[in-house]
Write a protein that binds this ligand. Structure first.
Ligand code: AMP
Ligand code: MG
Length: 346
């Protein structure tokens, strides 16, 4: 069995930014990189020479906010004095847990997208993801058998995740249920941090958290930022790019986390209907201002058949731009995407 971790690749080539051509003396590009939520987070702020140090300090402070949200959404580790997702999971079948309103917000949006996607998006697939993870980590050899996965179905009912907004509690009613906000938390943190930076007066910036990119404003002189989209068949290259300002681009891809067994790729995006990795696409990219929503939708649409995904967008999120990169290499875009997308590398 071959185990492949492509996180570094994502960091290096998921986003190819437009060249930094500062035609004005005043425009300086300042970047810094951090690691959180299992991914590299790169902050790029366009500022003036005299503000370089303060921009660096702001990035560091912003990233502390990112880390705070990462800790809240962490389902693997508990931290002293912090109620997080692992606390909710520990208390499954025991008691509702009072949580930070940010977790309530994430779960409410997750439930909305779950309903809109007919269950293709589900934040309670944790027990299934955990089994697949054991094979990816080589703790077990081969792949899980279907019966073993199907036995977990009683633990996968999203109605058994109870939200009480008044009391600010979350409760998994069945012991063994596992909340997993992996499909939405990075988008939420990126969105939060972008707002935080904008509130400090930053007008031109890019936050790149793995497959999640958020832009504040546009490029100070060139207008739009051109963001390259990683080619699933050539992770060092791009298959196209989007020109954007003040919005977010989020991609879910089968190359972001996976292992291979018997020549077949088993990745981290699970179809709740089969409990197997979803097989229709190599990647799905969403462009919409709210990064939390973009994150949830990229995962949901990765699982849904094309027509169902198109219908979801048209019904609930008209104007949201989508690219489906299918398993056979066909690239499909919707009308909103056609306005900003260019096919091909640079
Ligand atoms: P993303 O990279 O945003 O598409 O999120 C992938 C992560 O979401 C996985 O690593 C799992 O933790 C979780 N996940 C997998 N399948 C689903 C699904 N169908 N719905 C919601 N979350 C999922
Ligand atoms: Mg997602």
């Amino acid at each position: 069995m071959k185990k492949i971790t492509s996180l570094i690749m994502i960091m290096m080539s998921c986003v190819v930014l437009s060249a930094c051509q500062t035609t004005s003396d005043e425009a300086i590009k300042v970047s810094d990189q951090f690691f959180a939520m299992d991914t590299y987070i790169t902050y790029t702020i366009y500022t003036t020479a005299s503000q370089t140090e303060s921009a660096k300090a702001l990035m560091s402070e912003a990233n502390s906010e990112f880390e705070r949200i990462a800790d809240l959404a962490n389902r693997f580790e508990s931290f002293e004095g912090l109620v997080n997702v692992s606390t909710i999971n520990e208390q499954a079948g025991i008691t509702p847990v009072v949580v930070d309103p940010m977790l309530i917000e994430m779960v409410l949006l997750a439930k909305e997208v779950a309903a809109q996607s007919n269950g293709a998006f589900s934040v309670v697939l944790g027990p299934v993801s955990e089994i697949w993870q054991q094979y990816q980590d080589s703790d077990l050899v081969g792949i899980p058998n279907q019966a073993e996965l199907d036995e977990l179905r009683p633990l996968l009912d999203l109605d058994n995740l109870i939200v009480d907004t008044q009391a600010s509690t979350l409760y998994l009613t069945e012991p063994g249920m596992v909340l997993d906000l992996g499909a939405i938390a990075k988008g939420y943190a990126t969105e939060y941090v972008a707002k935080w930076l904008a509130d400090t007066g930053i007008e031109h910036a890019i936050i790149n958290a793995g497959g999640n990119v958020k832009t504040i404003g546009g490029h100070p002189t060139n207008g739009a930022f051109r963001i390259g989209l990683q080619d699933p068949n050539d992770l060092g290259g791009i298959f196209g790019s989007v020109a954007i300002q003040s919005t977010s681009v989020v991609t879910s891809g089968d190359y972001q986390r996976y292992f291979e067994y018997d020549g077949v790729r088993y990745h981290h995006l699970i179809d709740p209907a089969t409990l197997q990795p979803a097989r229709l696409y190599r990647s799905v990219t969403i462009v919409t201002p709210n990064s939390t929503l973009a994150d949830a939708l990229s995962t949901a649409l990765f699982v849904l058949p094309l027509e169902a995904g198109q219908a979801l967008i048209e019904t609930y999120y008209p104007g949201t731009a989508v690219i489906w990169y299918s398993a056979d290499g066909t690239v499909t875009t919707n009308v909103a995407m056609d306005e900003i997308f260019t096919l091909g590398g640079e």
